[in-house]
Design a protein around this ligand. Sequence first.
Ligand code: HEC
Length: 198
Amino acid sequence: MTDPPLPSGDQPLLRPHVFDGIQEYDQRLPNWWLMTFYIAIAWFVLYWTLYYQGGFFTSDSDRVTAQLQAIHQAKTKELEKLLSTLDNDVLWAWSEDPNIRREGQAIYSRICAACHAPDLSAKLAGAPLPGLPLNDEDWKYGSQPLDIFHMVSKGSPDKTAPVQMPPWESVLSPAEIAKVSAFVLSHHVHRPPPPAQP
Ligand code: HEC
């Protein structure tokens, strides 16, 4: 195929090649287009330098990390504050408070009932569930209120056992753990701790 003739005068220049029957004008791009293009390039260089190299702005990931750290610190502080006042007697008292019991029961139904059964027997229609019964007097990890609180926070101490209870401290706040522990305790009678063995 032969190239088309070149135009003359004010006509836009027709490039001397044809591909698949398509011809091309050699037009100068309009100034507004070129300016936008050059400004975009300059803006990229400025932005990249300031944002990624200069450290003048906090990036999104830094902001998320800082917020997560703040949440973690707030939780730790709340835990410290709660633990400084929380003892076995306080938890026993909470277990007799109907409002706290109701809140604890709501958490229990939402999270714990799946493995420990709604009636705490760890059995559903006679079939055993994964958890241990919480309404009997057998306690594998201690019967004192703070034993229960710590078991619920940290989960099973033996992380290699085939059947374990997950830790709940990342799901529930310390106060929620105390309330759900109080709900479990409300199914028990307040007994003084056994005397220390000589
Ligand atoms: C995924 C199932 C599962 C869920 C959900 C679960 N547990 Fe457990 N829980 C277990 C298992 C399994 C054990 C026994 C762990 C072991 O032997 O190490 C256990 C043990 C316990 C114990 C210790 C019992 C003892 O005899 O010392 C307490 C207390 C307890 N769970 C309370 C709770 C509370 C409160 C919740 C809700 C916040 C909860 N569990 C949610 C599975 C679960």
